[in-house]
Design a protein around this ligand. Structure first.
Ligand code: FAD
Ligand code: DHB
Length: 393
């Protein structure tokens, strides 16, 4: 017989979506239990996103976890787009009045875990075999095993915040939903190194040898990415080869400013666009990567997790405060309206900047024309800026 516990919202996954949801719910006096498959060390060390939209920063402020973010985060007024032999600066502040903040997802996760464990409620680490039951009833249950003991969590609602490979999405009835997917024939090879960044702002570079991105985590820590083939292995890319390739792709203007050093992390990630609709069935609600994936080019994934969680928390708060479920019923439609626009922007940035076709092809000419247009049109730059800093939520 499983050990039974009771909570209002059972949350699967201690990534940014699950942790932020738990924190926002607590501010509305709504209890939750987070059930996470991995260890705390693993979750805190996972190197991923780096760019926070202004709205995400606002949400983290509202959640009371922005102190370190404001101290250590780097506010960026713009980005550079390099291609067609020139560097173009997109001035977010001038074009939209907004900025983005460079602050690692690892740090956001650490801040949220610290706040949670300071008294908000439990995180069950290393929960094995998480299973979801009775989502069509008003007492859905989460079954899982910790240290060999079977446990059951009886909930009012379940939030599936368990990322792309989690159990939540497969628990929705397939006959009622639809998925949309686009894969890309390349990945991103990322390197993290304790060297000063080559530029004060991010540089997105389109080069005949493939895309490159110069990013950072702090004035002494750099994060770079290059487009690579899907079948390439980390072992194919010793540090020296990676630095040489980065310098080539970033161009002769930037190369002298690139400081090289040993990699402290190196990984290859495939690119994917994916949306699963609807994001809810019965009392199971999906948020973040559990419901949708964007290619990283637009820096949108973590930010979409934040906006989903904002909509979901608002809807759950209305349920508990007034018994009105209109926002819960509208959750999927509301969240997806923003998700699809971020999908479009991420797809567009990906298609604009990666090498996809032979140099002499029609498609490569289209990329060049688009970059040229971007350089010549304030309207086009405003479109990029408005999407990059984040659409309102
Ligand atoms: P996740 O972070 O995947 O968290 C899900 C959690 O659920 C994990 O802790 C996992 O261990 C747990 N879990 C999974 N299965 C189970 C289970 N069965 N039971 C219990 N727990 C489970 N986004 C941006 O906004 N800006 C960027 O600059 C950016 N850059 C990126 C760069 C790279 C290289 C990559 C890979 C991603 C990037 N992203 C970026 C995307 C961003 O990292 C994700 O969108 C974000 O992590 C989504 O958060 P999440 O909480 O929904 O999912
Ligand atoms: C980073 C990741 C991205 O996907 C992006 O578009 C910009 C920056 C980063 O990890 O710093």
């Amino acid at each position: 017989m499983a050990v039974q516990e009771r909570t209002q919202v059972g949350i699967i996954g201690a990534g940014p979506a699950g942790l932020l949801l738990a924190r926002l719910l607590k501010l509305h006096d709504i209890d939750s239990v987070i059930v996470e498959a991995r260890t705390r060390d693993y979750v805190e060390a996972r190197v991923r996103a780096g760019v926070l939209e202004q709205g995400t920063v606002g949400l983290l402020e509202e959640a009371g976890v922005a102190e370190r973010l404001h101290r250590d985060g780097l506010v960026h007024d713009g980005v550079e787009i390099a291609g067609n032999g020139r560097r173009l600066r997109i001035d977010f502040r001038e074009l939209t009045g907004k900025t983005v903040t460079v602050y690692g997802q690892t740090e956001v996760t650490r801040d949220l875990i610290a706040a949670r464990l300071a008294g908000d409620g439990p995180i069950v680490w290393e929960a094995a075999d998480v299973k979801i039951h009775d989502i069509e009833s008003d007492r859905p249950r989460l079954g899982y095993r910790v240290a060999g003991v079977e446990r059951e969590l009886v909930c009012d609602f379940i939030a599936g915040c368990d990322g792309f490979h989690g159990v939540s999405r497969p628990s929705l009835p397939t006959s009622l939903g639809q998925t949309f997917e686009r894969t890309y024939l390349f990945g991103w090879l990322g390197i993290l190194a304790d060297v000063p960044p080559c530029s004060d702002e991010l540089i997105y570079a389109s080069h005949p040898r493939g895309f490159a991105l110069a990013s950072m985590r702090s004035p002494t820590r750099s994060r770079y990415y290059i487009q690579c083939a899907l079948d390439e292995k980390i072992e194919d890319w010793p540090d020296e080869r990676l630095w040489d390739e980065l310098k080539l792709r970033l161009g002769s203007d930037t190369a002298p400013d690139v400081t090289t050093g040993p990699a402290i992390e190196k990984s290859i990630a495939p690119l994917r666009s994916f949306v699963s609709t609807p994001m809810q069935h019965g009392r199971l609600f999906l948020a973040g990567d559990a419901a949708h994936i964007v290619p990283p080019t637009g820096a949108k994934g973590l930010n979409l997790a934040a906006s989903d969680v904002h909509y979901l928390c608002r809807a759950l708060a209305a349920h508990y405060a007034t018994g009105n479920d209109d926002l819960l019923r509208a959750y999927s439609v509301t969240a997806l309206a923003r998700v699809w626009k971020a999908e479009r922007f991420s797809w567009w940035m990906t298609m604009l900047l990666h090498r996809l076709h032979p140099e002499a092809s029609f498609e490569a000419q289209m990329q060049r024309a688009e970059l040229d247009y971007l350089a010549s049109s304030r309207a086009a730059q405003t479109v990029l800026a408005e999407n990059y800093v984040g659409l309102p939520f």
